[in-house]
Design a protein around this ligand. Structure first.
Ligand SMILES: Cc1cc2nc3c(=O)[nH]c(=O)nc-3n(C[C@H](O)[C@H](O)[C@H](O)COP(=O)(O)OP(=O)(O)OC[C@H]3O[C@@H](n4cnc5c(N)ncnc54)[C@H](O)[C@@H]3O)c2cc1C
Length: 506
């Protein structure tokens, strides 16, 4: 057994090296290419610093720089097609010429996957933003990939349905980007992952072929489920142009409460108690530590909680319920709160229960605003990891200690080490907030964090993906055989290596 694993590992390593050597060289976009694109797209859909368009570089800046302003590309050309056919013709040309393509949605990704590494062409999906169909009986929504997540929620609201996905970036991120990153977010506890709720996809493959798997069937066992490959592929296998997704019936009643806990050790028993008492109406269980809460308040995310409510709190949990009947749901939630307060060894200090839709939104605004608050405070090193729930605090504390031992925990280097995340999904967002991105801080954090995660058999990416940030660290979560098969799949779909080069796989 050992011998054969050993052989597989050696072969995989050899092939890895060979693949790296044989990666095709990519071409830069030229003025001739721009002239060709002008035959496919109207002038208003092309930005290019190349002649004859000579667009100002500043106009391309939002496409070349990521949300965190951490990753920077040098693309000369951004194309904004309106139809799948246009995407297909662009991709076909790029494949023939060997031009790298970066598919870009809302550019809210947090791992540097959505911007070029060098001067690849950016293919922005924002102009493909129409709902194609919605069936209120089955709840199946079919939409262009460039539809903004929040606009889909607004579209579904009068039909009493919701998108089974919600995240802080909803005002900018697109459904195609969500699918391509297999985004998790705030509703995963209730509605599961996109691998379950996405029913079909339309994808332009790297040679320009349109793969039409835009089925609206709940059940379809006809061989390999190809669409699953594109969910979470981060644009490395093709361009998602259409999405069919199962929307969920809108809950008739929603409540939320922020609970202040004296210590982190109480989070897990609280989760167990909340699951037991709220059962089918529990829809979110989100954790954030005191330090990141203070940052949210400082940077105006949600309304600050009363001082007396949070005195002595080490961390907080936001519990949301979604159900079918207000009285029933309130009775259950109040029952949970009473039993928590009356317990001989209370798990919580106190709780702030929303009493109105605006308070409901305000409590959520604190949790949803944490990512933004962190980025307003400084330069964030973001580690989005899956570890056993009991290890959340250990990971944050160990990282803080590591930085302290390297003499980096002070206002001019690392200002904060904070943790928040989706406890219900085992997903911790470990954020290190620094004055600047520096090689010293990065060297202190990596591979330290990845080794820590691997020691718990966790995942180095719970939901943000690998992007450009973690290609070198993929092996902490995936074995050699898995990585080798990922490479083979990539080569099969994209032999010229044009699709989002340098992302996911090195
Ligand atoms: C404030 C904030 C909160 C966030 N909260 C969460 C959260 O709770 N959960 C979570 O999972 N993420 C979260 N994110 C990360 C990010 O919003 C998600 O990864 C989101 O799904 C990205 O969508 P996008 O349209 O912005 O994609 P982009 O950032 O544009 O692209 C992301 C990746 O997908 C590829 N891509 C985009 N569109 C397509 C397409 N049509 N076809 C093929 N490939 C494509 C890109 O090449 C890139 O690799 C958050 C980000 C911010 C800024």
């Amino acid at each position: 057994m050992f011998a054969s694993r050993h052989v597989v590992r050696r072969v995989a390593l050899r092939q890895t090296r060979r693949w790296a050597h044989t990666q095709p060289k990519l071409q830069s976009v030229t003025a001739d290419d721009v002239a060709h694109f002008s035959k496919i797209l109207p002038a208003t859909s092309i930005l290019s610093t190349l002649p004859p368009l000579s667009t100002a570089a500043s106009e391309l800046s939002p496409f070349n720089n990521d949300w965190m302003n951490k990753y920077h590309g040098n693309s000369t050309t951004v194309l904004r097609p309106r139809t799948t056919q246009e995407v297909s013709e662009i991709v076909k040309h790029c494949n023939e010429r060997g031009i790298g393509i970066v598919p870009q949605g809302g550019n809210t990704g947090l791992v540097g996957g959505s911007v070029p590494i060098q001067d690849e062409l950016v293919l922005s999906l924002g102009n493909m933003n129409k709902v194609r169909s919605f069936d209120p009986v089955s709840g199946i929504l079919v939409a262009d990939a460039g539809c903004i997540l929040e606009s889909l929620s607004e579209y579904l609201a009068p039909h009493r349905h919701i998108v089974p996905l919600d995240l802080g970036a909803k005002g900018s991120c697109q459904i195609g980007g969500n699918v391509s990153t297999n985004a998790g977010g705030l509703r995963l506890l209730r509605y599961g992952s996109l691998h379950g709720s996405v029913l079909g996809l339309e994808v332009v493959l790297p040679d320009g072929t349109i793969l039409d798997q835009l089925t609206t069937l709940r059940k379809d066992n006809t061989g390999y489920d190809l669409k699953q490959l594109f969910i979470g592929a981060e644009g490395t296998l093709g361009i998602v142009t259409g999405v069919s997704i199962l929307a969920a019936p809108a809950p008739q009643s929603t409540n939320n409460v922020v609970l202040a806990l004296p210590k982190f050790d109480n989070v897990l028993p609280l989760f167990v108690e909340a699951k037991k008492q709220l059962s089918e109406i529990l829809s979110a269980f989100e954790f954030f530590d005191r330090e990141v809460y203070e940052l949210a308040v400082k940077h105006g995310q949600g309304r600050a909680l009363n001082e007396e409510d949070i005195e002595g709190a080490e961390c907080f949990v936001l519990v949301e319920t979604s159900g079918g009947k207000r009285e029933h749901d309130e009775e259950k939630l109040n029952g949970l709160l009473e039993s928590l307060m009356e317990s001989e060894t209370p798990l919580i200090n106190t709780g702030v229960l929303s009493q109105s839709p605006s308070q409901f939104a305000s409590l959520w605004a604190i949790r949803e605003g944490l990512t933004e608050a962190v980025s307003k405070e400084g330069k964030a090193y973001k580690y989005d990891i899956s570890v056993p729930l009991a290890k959340f605090k250990e990971v944050v504390d160990a990282t803080r200690e590591r930085l302290r031992s390297k003499g980096l925990l002070h206002a001019d280097a690392v200002k904060h080490v904070v943790g928040y995340g989706h406890v219900g999904d085992g997903n911790l967002h470990l954020n290190v907030v620094a004055a600047n991105y520096t090689p010293e801080i990065e060297a202190a954090l990596e591979p330290f964090v990845y080794e820590l995660v691997a020691s718990y058999r966790g995942s180095i990416s719970a939901e943000h993906g690998i992007g450009a940030m973690k290609t070198h660290a993929l092996h902490y979560s995936k074995g050699d055989v898995s990585i080798e098969w990922m490479r083979r799949i990539k080569t099969l779909f994209d032999p010229r290596g044009i699709m989002n080069p340098g992302k996911v796989l090195e």
